[in-house]
Design a binder for this molecule. Structure first.
Ligand code: ZN
Length: 287
């Protein structure tokens, strides 16, 4: 019996990372392609996979927004995005046509959530969430082993939050909502207020508690909705030393001891390191 071969795509706004794997621990070949125009980037992606032989399935973990309705003519297309040239770009279709195998596509955040559920910090938990807090903020939920999906993929980075009492001047950086979670706690929102990243600001700067306050509100909101076993926080902002502990502490206070699951246990950093994007793509092929 031949070993199944999987094509993996981590489609990002600045680069596409590609891989070929036989299982999650044997990602044989990888390459990176700059994200320029859909024609160039998708053409180069197809060329690279053709050089690597037959594929039995392809998983794509992509930047969004994405149309994930299997009955939509635009399934697997990028939605309206400020990224030039990419609104409406078809990512899944060219792969299906070129290789004639099943293509699984979802957001990079949902892919990462599913990979953490199977192999990372979410292992053994029926219900878990994954957030990335960086240039943007996205969140995905895995409930009973399945990625939560509605009319579209969730947009947990855009929940509304009460303002920190020392953070009332800034209007927020989200072009759609102003002071939603992404508008208040993403990397650009931090730079817009304080001129540098959170990790560059002194440890006693008030910004640390303000950002932790917003992330902690996200924790208790998600506890109220999902009662998750784990809430995993990745992304550049969360790599700030000490931030995760501030979030745990503030979430415990905000939650008032009401929710099942102590923030000191359920709020964690990701368990997967290198290749976590490709592992997300691989997880999507598992269905
Ligand atoms: Zn928003």
């Amino acid at each position: 019996m031949n070993t199944a071969r999987y094509g993996l795509v981590e489609a990002g706004g600045t680069k596409f990372v590609l891989g070929v794997a036989t299982d999650k621990d044997t990602i044989e070949a990888t390459t990176r392609i700059d994200t320029t125009t859909p024609e160039e980037t998708i053409g180069a992606m197809l060329d690279w996979f053709r050089e690597h032989g037959e594929l039995d399935a392809i998983g794509v973990a992509s930047f969004g927004p994405l149309d994930l309705d299997r009955f939509s003519p635009y399934w697997g297309h990028i939605g309206q995005t400020p990224k030039p040239h990419w609104s409406g770009a078809d990512i899944a279709g060219p792969l299906q046509q070129a290789f004639g195998c099943p293509v699984a596509i979802d957001t990079d955040v949902n892919g990462a959530a599913l990979a953490e559920y199977h192999w990372g910090a979410g292992q053994g938990h029926r219900s878990m969430l994954y957030f990335t807090i960086g240039t943007g903020i996205g969140g995905g939920a895995v409930v009973n082993g399945k990625i939560l999906q509605g009319l579209g993929h969730p947009e947990m980075g855009h929940i509304r939050l009460p303002r920190h009492p020392d953070d009332t001047e800034f209007n927020g950086s989200c072009p759609f909502h102003g002071d939603c979670l992404e508008g208040l706690a993403s990397g650009p929102a931090i730079k817009a207020r304080w001129g540098m990243s959170l990790s560059e600001l002194p440890a006693d700067h008030t910004a640390h508690d303000i950002i932790a306050f917003y992330v902690a509100q996200t924790v208790v909101t998600m506890q109220a909705i999902f009662a998750p076993g784990r809430i995993i926080f990745g992304g550049g902002v969360m790599a700030t030393p000490g931030l995760i502990d501030r979030v745990r502490h503030q979430a415990a206070t905000l939650g008032g001891g009401y929710f099942k699951g102590d923030p000191s246990e359920i709020v964690v950093l990701p368990g997967l390191g290198d290749h976590s994007g490709l592992l997300g793509a691989f997880a999507l092929t598992l269905g």
